[in-house]
Design a protein around this ligand. Structure first.
Ligand SMILES: NC(=O)C1=CN([C@@H]2O[C@H](COP(=O)(O)OP(=O)(O)OC[C@H]3O[C@@H](n4cnc5c(N)ncnc54)[C@H](O)[C@@H]3O)[C@@H](O)[C@H]2O)C=CC1
Ligand SMILES: O=C(O)[C@H]1O[C@H](OP(=O)(O)OP(=O)(O)OC[C@H]2O[C@@H](n3ccc(=O)[nH]c3=O)[C@H](O)[C@@H]2O)[C@H](O)[C@@H](O)[C@@H]1O
Length: 480
């Protein structure tokens, strides 16, 4: 029986291995992690991450051919194929701080693999890593190998949170990069054999190691760039009276451009887009490609601009101050159908409003108070390190209350900010909400999910990203 061990039981390791276990009953899959609380959660009925469809698969496979354990060394030493899916956050200190990927967790995993291995292994980079990381990993493994043959493969993950299971069951492509040597080709084939249990042959692409590593950074950069492009257009739409949804629709009808990923928003979030672009920028700079680095940097600058612009719209619309005013925040996760809040635009928007002394009442169907407080009190980039390394009890931000109901959050509020596109926010009783708010009642839709016309009929003053402005907002400055 082939044995797979995955180091890192997070958003990628957990769902990916669950799907491999489901689709490959003859393979034993063990997911290991240094975080006891995470492993205990995987072994309980309350999984550590929320992802539609995940629970069902885990329940089907757990205890049969899918296991979760903290006994990292034992399972690594027994495995034939080791996936490494640990954190690769942005460095916060030293050389490349604020841009380069922090490979501390990766390196320590590689050293541990070298120490405990007694038989040949295929080591698979599942984490997103800088191009050429495989070379460094190879050096660590071979210099400590005691004659064991390690083959390194790059198999980046393209799943998106909220649709992870669907993405894993039916991926657009699976990418496997490896050495072009006989041993390298054998390793590529071994990994292809795993995926071909459910992924059609023509969707499994094989490349050299560096192309696979770079393709992952490139794909995320292209996706984020599309969002910054449409968000940049949203500012121009507001200035001219065009409607960004109509513009996106018209642009996306061009088959060369395509309709997906053209939704204007308060900004993109998530643990990867910003981190991976910063990493790409750093690699370009290290290679002397300043113009290329500047080009990609602009994607992040526009994203920051969009978040600032939103905060400024809120403050300027409400008589240029939100001091002491209650603002309801609907949605804190970085997108719908996930409880993940890493780099969510809600952090910047909330911090911006708190900077102007607002009182915030936050509701998100999947995010608990402790997590929100943690995000609002943590420093930039800290959230992408393993949770057990993060402060135990974050200092609480007093002007923030977290409630379990959108009606409670909006009661007595002066304004509402919709920051995540949860489906339930589309069908709220906005008439009832309006009646319970201070007047004039403001609604700022950072996700373009409400019917602006209907909301205006109810009586709200409405701002919706990239839509023709409410007469109230027309003469207000949007950017400080
Ligand atoms: N979150 C996402 O949707 C996607 C993430 N990725 C990439 O996958 C990688 C992992 O991301 P996530 O799963 O989101 O991170 P995560 O933080 O959810 O999970 C990483 C896990 O690795 C564990 N870990 C760290 N060092 C370890 C070690 N030495 N030994 C054992 N366990 C260790 C941590 O305790 C943590 O539970 C990152 O490189 C990320 O860029 C790629 C595609 C999608
Ligand atoms: O490397 C990663 O971590 C993953 O990053 C993204 O996945 P994810 O961040 O989970 O979610 P997305 O659906 O890409 O959304 C990212 C952010 O962009 C925003 N977004 C997305 C699409 C859009 O049209 N407009 C928009 O503002 C979302 O609300 C969210 O804040 C990529 O889509 C995945 O392919 C990749 O594997």
């Amino acid at each position: 029986m082939v044995k797979i061990c995955c180091i890192g039981a997070g958003y990628v390791g957990g769902p990916t291995m669950a799907v491999i276990a489901l689709k490959c009953p003859s393979i034993e899959v063990v997911v290991v992690d240094i975080s006891l609380s995470r492993i205990s959660a995987w072994n309980s009925d309350q999984l550590p991450i929320y992802e539609p469809g995940l629970e069902d698969i885990v329940q089907q496979c757990k205890g049969k051919n899918l296991f979760f354990s903290t006994d990292v060394e034992k399972h690594v030493s027994e495995a034939d194929i080791i996936f490494v899916s640990v954190n690769t956050p942005t460095k916060t200190r030293g050389l490349g701080a604020g841009k380069a990927a922090d490979l501390t967790y990766w390196e320590s995993a590689a050293r541990m693999i070298a120490n405990v291995s007694k038989s040949n292994k295929i080591v698979v980079e599942k984490s997103t890593v800088p191009v050429k990381t495989a070379e460094a990993i190879e050096k660590i493994l071979t210099h400590n190998s005691k004659g064991i043959n390690f083959q390194i493969l790059s198999n980046p993950e393209f799943l998106a949170e909220g649709t992870a299971i669907q993405d894993l069951l039916s991926p657009d492509r699976v990418l496997v990069g490896g050495r072009e040597t006989p041993d390298g080709k054998k390793a590529i084939q071994a990994l292809k054999d795993v995926y071909s249990n459910w992924v059609p042959e023509d969707r499994i692409l094989t490349t050299n190691l560096w192309s696979a590593e770079l393709s992952k950074l490139a794909a995320n950069a292209f996706l984020a760039q599309r969002i910054s492009s449409v968000n940049a257009m949203s500012a121009l739409c507001e200035a001219t009276g065009a409607d960004v949804s109509q513009v996106s629709h018209a642009v996306g009808k061009d088959t060369r451009i395509g309709p997906k990923f053209l939704n204007a928003s308060v900004g993109f979030g998530g643990s990867c887009f910003q981190k991976d672009i910063l990493n790409l920028v750093y690699i370009c700079e290290c290679n002397g490609l300043t113009e290329v680095a500047n080009y990609w940097k602009q994607v992040i600058k526009v994203n920051d601009y969009q978040k600032n612009r939103f905060v400024n719209r809120v403050v300027s619309s409400m008589f240029n101050t939100v001091s002491g005013k209650k603002i309801a925040i609907l949605g804190f996760a970085f997108k719908k159908d996930t409880g993940d809040t890493r780099e969510t635009p809600a952090i910047d928007v909330c911090k911006g409003l708190l900077g102007d002394k607002a009182r915030l009442s936050i509701y998100d169907p999947q995010v608990i108070e402790d997590q929100i407080q943690r995000e609002l009190s943590m420093s930039k980039y800290d959230w992408d390190h393993p949770t057990h390394l993060q402060p135990m009890s974050p200092s609480t931000v007093k002007q923030v209350s977290v409630v379990w109901d959108a009606y409670e959050a909006t009661r007595g509020a002066h304004g509402i900010c919709i920051l995540t596109e949860w489906d339930e926010f589309k069908t709220l009783d906005y008439q009832r909400i309006f009646e319970n708010m201070q007047k004039p009642a403001f609604l700022f839709d950072g996700r373009n999910i409400v019917n602006v016309q209907k909301m205006r009929e109810i009586g709200f003053i409405v701002y919706s990203i990239g839509k023709p402005l409410d007469p109230w907002l027309k003469d207000m400055p949007s950017v400080a």
